[in-house]
Design a protein around this ligand. Structure first.
Ligand SMILES: *[C@@H]1O[C@H](CO)[C@@H](O)[C@H](O)[C@H]1NC(C)=O
Ligand SMILES: *[C@@H]1O[C@H](CO)[C@@H](O)[C@H](O)[C@H]1NC(C)=O
Ligand SMILES: *[C@@H]1O[C@H](CO)[C@@H](O)[C@H](O)[C@H]1NC(C)=O
Ligand SMILES: *[C@@H]1O[C@H](CO)[C@@H](O)[C@H](O)[C@H]1NC(C)=O
Ligand SMILES: *[C@@H]1O[C@H](CO)[C@@H](O)[C@H](O)[C@H]1NC(C)=O
Length: 379
């Protein structure tokens, strides 16, 4: 820099002129420019130049090479059994010029070796987003490696991988929304190494497919009386809609810990259970919990309701009758007691007290017969 600064401008022009005198800078090519090869493969390399009179065209490499063919401005070499990435250096010794060099690297591909789809949640709610994570080992060059997500044979999405370190697995994630159509479908990932530009591949490797289960599940609704009379049969039912897939769902009705013997009807997206319910005589009164549960895959929906168990209102009737009966008996007992008392009075009291006798006399005596005069009929 300092040197240039002290040089006069005219000197610079002279320098450029001197370079031009020595001839145009030579050009050298390598064909193919970015060679890619399968492991153990052979490669034909063509080194060529625009030098008018090349004295020597050569190829420097660690690989075994043989010259195959040559023209005035080109030379071809055959490289055998290439097992790893190797630097290739073409050089040309051109008369009156510096040696010209051009290099490239032959890339040995690595097939995608192991493709994995991370396990999916066993059941996914319809409409919910879920993530599919795919990993691939191997697959080189990574910039030509893509990963596709498939549902059955259908490709849903494709992404290039970003991880360039071959020591690590390349991972891509896909976000999908669960639909009913996804239920029972087999999802898989497919890694693809596409080197068609180099006349190779595409090389594909797929993961083992994983079956997806999607579901929809509403809230069950219970229909039942609030009161349950001991000894009387009632019907309870439970229905759930927005249910998918209906064929995988089960519905149960139970009262307390007792499972009810229900009749189940499956509809298009619905499931309905109906069961008779009865509390046997002698069972306790009070609250019982009626439960309806719907099971679908690893999902469970439950609703509960309290039923009040009571004894029939016929119960108070016998009590009243009993009371009346007791009253009647009491009255009867009193009557008998009175009778007994009176007989005792007659039998035992030889000196009856005048007052009670007089008092009792009208009661003990039979009703006096009707006396027209007494009744005042003559009036
Ligand atoms: C090598 O490359 C040169 C320049 O492109 C071409 O003229 C020549 O035919 C090539 N040789 C072979 C064997 O392909
Ligand atoms: C290719 O090279 C590898 C190691 O570089 C060697 O083990 C193998 O025997 C070679 N194969 C042939 C056919 O020469
Ligand atoms: C998904 O794969 C399983 C087992 O691999 C198979 O039984 C099932 O039929 C497949 N499902 C579809 C829709 O192809
Ligand atoms: C492979 O990747 C390189 C670099 O990104 C690109 O130039 C080339 O076209 C790719 N080949 C194919 C077949 O996609
Ligand atoms: C049912 O009754 C129990 C007490 O017997 C109570 O704890 C519970 O909250 C009630 N459940 C409902 C759904 O009313």
């Amino acid at each position: 820099m300092a040197l240039l600064q002290v040089w006069p401008k005219s000197s610079l022009h002279l320098l450029v002129f001197a370079i031009m005198l020595s001839g145009a800078p030579g050009i050298i090519w390598i064909e193919p420019p970015d060679p890619v090869i399968t492991p153990g493969g052979n490669l034909l390399v063509n080194c060529s130049t625009d030098c008018d009179q090349p004295q020597l065209i050569g190829l420097e490499t660690q690989l075994d090479k043989t010259q195959e063919d040559k023209g005035v401005r080109w030379s071809t070499f055959l490289l055998r059994n290439i097992t790893q990435d190797t630097l290739l250096l073409c050089f040309v010794n051109c008369l009156g010029k510096d040696q010209m060099l051009h290099n490239t690297t032959v890339t040995v591909i690595r097939l995608p070796e192991n493709v994995q789809l991370e396990p999916l949640p066993p059941w996914i709610l319809v409409g919910q987003n879920f993530i599919l994570r795919c990993q691939v080992w191997g697959g080189k060059p990574r910039q030509n490696l893509t990963m596709a997500l498939l549902r059955g044979p259908q490709e849903l999405s494709r992404q290039a991988v970003s991880e360039q370190d071959l020591g690590k697995a390349a991972e891509v994630t896909f976000t999908a929304t669960a639909s009913r159509e996804d239920h029972g479908a087999n999802f898989s990932c497919r890694a693809e190494l596409d080197l068609s530009a180099q006349g190779l591949g595409p090389y594909q490797k797929s993961s083992t497919p994983k079956e997806l289960h999607t579901f929809a599940l509403g809230t069950p609704r219970l229909t039942a009386p609030n009161l349950l009379e001991v000894g009387k049969e009632e019907t309870v039912s439970c229905e759930i809609d927005e249910l998918f897939p209906v064929e995988n769902a089960q519905i149960h009705l139970s009262l307390g810990r007792r499972s009810l013997n229900s009749t189940v009807k499956r509809g298009q997206d619905t499931l309905r259970a109906t069961a008779p319910v009865a509390i046997a005589e002698g069972e306790r009164e009070g609250q019982r919990q009626l439960t309806c549960s719907v099971i679908l895959g690893d999902q469970n929906r439950e609703v509960q309701r309290n039923l009040t168990v009571y004894k029939s209102s016929r119960d108070p009737v016998p009590i009243v009758t009993g009371v009346l009966l007791a009253l009647g008996l009491a009255v009867l007992a009193w009557g008998i007691a009175m009778l007994y008392f009176r007989q005792n009075l007659r039998r035992d009291s030889y000196t009856p007290q005048p007052l009670p006798l007089q008092h009792l006399a009208p009661m003990a005596r039979p009703e006096p017969g009707p006396e027209p005069g007494n009744l005042g009929l003559g009036q």
